[in-house]
Design a protein around this ligand. Structure first.
Ligand code: SF4
Length: 613
């Protein structure tokens, strides 16, 4: 394997995962040990690598224990001994329950973050499991928890897999401190304080951290912070409306640039959630991406097979963080923030250049993207307005007049990447917000058009994934998604450009069934509308209630947390599978069921549209 980068790169280029690796770096002990539920891929798309590299950049000795065995004599947890400062625990890039189970609560056949896709390398509720083990082994070593699982379970939340409300993750696990959201800013401040000799137990006034304290004790004094008290955990258990209302406050505060500190009583303790940091600057985001990653999985995985998530992103570039869409079934704004934190063009181009140097790069860049690919560099025209805004979305119900949606900077990057002689094709693989491209009130329609043309002509890999998610307005409203008419506008333009340029490519639309507010007749209408557009759907999914989304709150409580109106959701397996059948109206085995269901609600018109007379 002459061309394999891992053959030629010294092992000391990765962060150590064994004591032998650590010793090669000249380290006999560690300052920080990170435990993660994912395999260690030293790449900016993998959380533990980013956190490890940041800690390393402060001159600290940091090691990673990826996917420790939690079922044996716990030797993985003991292999480095105690760290001098703290343990960091994360379940990995995904919530461990979302990673392991389907919407039907069946075990998945594949784990994308494990070599060979093996599903036996992470426990359920990984961050709780790891923390409990560490607290048992090393009760005096502080534990900092981070990652999406900890972040989105930071307050009373509904757990779909146990079908009940669960307390915040600090109470469940015994961790000392939780960093929520993207960890860089709180981590940097934390490390600076620890290096100055501030004890871990005093790290309670850093933004974007949460901790537990005695309910009777005074809150740490931070003059600039106001505090808002959420309904207690017990109130939530006893009153679904109190739980739903809590969500509104949590979401509203997490969308503010000057948010309040939140507290929630749980037994004789109080959970304290410090306000988030303001959106990261370009310099700060660049600093995370420009760390000395090898961009490769650790060589120890070589014989265990490919890591699917790594294969997917190894030739892709993430241009920004955050999403201002505010879709109610999605956790991106809750975790990454509503406002967009973009990388500089220089940082992106440097990464593209580096990628082209990789021995196995064949000239195809799989994604020039982000959480929503076409939000790069988009922000408020008047930042002061955004500083005082608490709306959950900048584009729903309509595009905010203060949002600068000019795609020029994105276009510039697409064109420059295309002009790189080592790139044959650079695709946009991430999801797109097509409503941003066809805003009737846009002040830069020409540029919008240029962007759409460039995208369709040069950046589609044959099949472009887009996610209208539904066709019916009242369901889309519950999702905070744009009207289906924008999908049709986009599709018309797509078909027009493809015909003009003689391109053989297509749009693959994604849809969700059983979302809160979606009824069987809405699914029937979806079937008709997509049939009329010539689709036989493939990319569909059942709604999965994941922690800390508004849709999950509606699913469990039955209330819209903003209007407090009652909302119905398909809950039972039977209801959900009936909704799903409408996607596949064209399959013979579903025909009778759909005809009978429509007859029961006297929608012979829909039946006729689907099956003829
Ligand atoms: S003012 Fe407009 S652009 Fe700024 S955060 Fe609020 S909705 Fe978004």
């Amino acid at each position: 394997m002459k061309n394999d980068i891992t053959e030629t790169t010294p092992i000391t280029s990765w962060l150590p995962i064994t004591m032998k690796d650590a010793k090669k770096k000249g380290w006999d002990e560690l300052d920080v040990i990170l435990i993660t539920g994912d395999a260690y891929v030293d790449h900016p798309a993998f959380g533990a690598a980013v956190i490890g590299r940041i800690i390393e950049s402060y001159g600290l000795r940091v090691a990673i224990i990826p996917q420790p065995n939690w079922q044996d004599d716990l030797r993985d947890f003991k292999k480095f001994g105690k760290p001098k400062l703290f343990f960091g625990v994360t379940a990995g890039n995904m919530d461990s329950m979302v990673n392991k189970y389907t919407a039907a609560k069946r075990k998945r056949h594949n784990d994308s973050y494990t070599p060979g896709g093996d599903t036996n390398f992470r426990p359920d509720y990984a961050s709780v499991e790891y923390t409990k083990i560490l607290k048992n082994l090393y009760p005096d070593v502080p534990i900092m928890m981070g990652g999406i699982e900890g972040s989105l379970r930071r307050v009373t939340h509904y757990d779909y897999w146990q079908d009940k409300l669960m307390p915040n993750i600090l109470t469940q696990s015994g961790a000392d401190l939780l960093i929520y959201g993207m960890g860089e800013q709180p981590l940097r401040d934390m490390i600076k304080l620890l290096k100055k000799g501030v004890p871990f137990s005093s790290l309670n006034n850093i933004n974007q951290c949460a901790f537990l304290q005695d309910a009777s004790a005074d809150l740490p004094k931070v003059n600039k912070w106001k505090t808002f008290k959420l309904a207690s955990h017990d109130e939530c258990l006893n009153n679904k409306k109190a739980y739903a209302r809590n969500f509104r406050f949590i979401e509203t505060e997490s969308n503010k640039q000057n948010a309040r500190r939140l507290t929630q009583v749980i037994g004789d303790k109080v959970l304290v959630i410090n306000p988030p940091y303001k959106v990261m600057t370009e310099k700060e985001v660049d600093a995370s991406f420009d760390l000395p990653y090898t961009r490769q999985p650790h060589p120890k995985y070589k014989k265990r097979g490919a890591i699917p998530a790594y294969d997917m992103i190894k030739f892709s570039v993430n241009m920004h963080r955050g999403c201002f869409g505010g879709c109610t079934f999605c956790t991106i704004s809750a975790h990454q923030g509503k406002l967009i934190a973009s990388r500089s063009k220089e940082s992106i181009m440097k990464e593209v250049d580096r990628m082209t140097e990789q021995p196995d790069f064949k000239g195809y860049l799989s994604d020039l993207g982000g959480p929503s690919a076409n939000m790069y560099q988009m922000k408020g025209i008047d930042q002061k307005m955004c500083d005082n805004c608490s709306l959950p979305s900048c584009v729903f119900p309509k595009i905010c007049t203060n949002l600068d949606t000019d795609p020029s900077k994105m276009l510039d990057i697409y064109r420059e990447v295309n002009s790189n002689p080592k790139i044959k094709k650079a695709f946009v693989g991430s999801g797109l917000r097509y409503d941003l491209m066809f805003d009737p009130d846009s002040t830069h329609k020409k540029k919008d058009e240029q962007y759409v043309e460039q995208l369709i002509t040069h950046h589609v890999s044959g099949r472009l994934k887009v996610a209208p998610e539904h066709t019916e307005d009242h369901v889309l409203e519950m999702m905070r998604k744009p009207s289906f008419k924008y999908f049709k506008i986009f599709k018309d333009k797509f078909d027009e450009v493809c015909a003009k340029k003689n391109l053989n490519q297509e749009i693959i639309p994604y849809f969700i069934s059983s979302h809160p507010a979606c009824r069987p007749e809405d699914m029937a209408a979806l079937a008709v509308k997509t049939k009329k557009l010539g689709y036989k759907l493939e990319q569909i999914q059942d709604f999965t209630p994941t922690p800390m989304t508004m849709a999950t709150v509606v699913y469990y409580s039955g209330y819209n947390p903003y209007s407090m109106e009652k909302v119905k959701t398909a809950i039972s397996y039977d209801e959900k599978s009936k909704q799903r059948k409408f996607f596949f109206w064209y399959k013979e085995e579903n025909k009778n069921f759909i005809k009978n269901s429509l007859a029961k609600i006297k929608r012979f018109d829909i039946s006729k549209d689907l099956f003829g007379a």
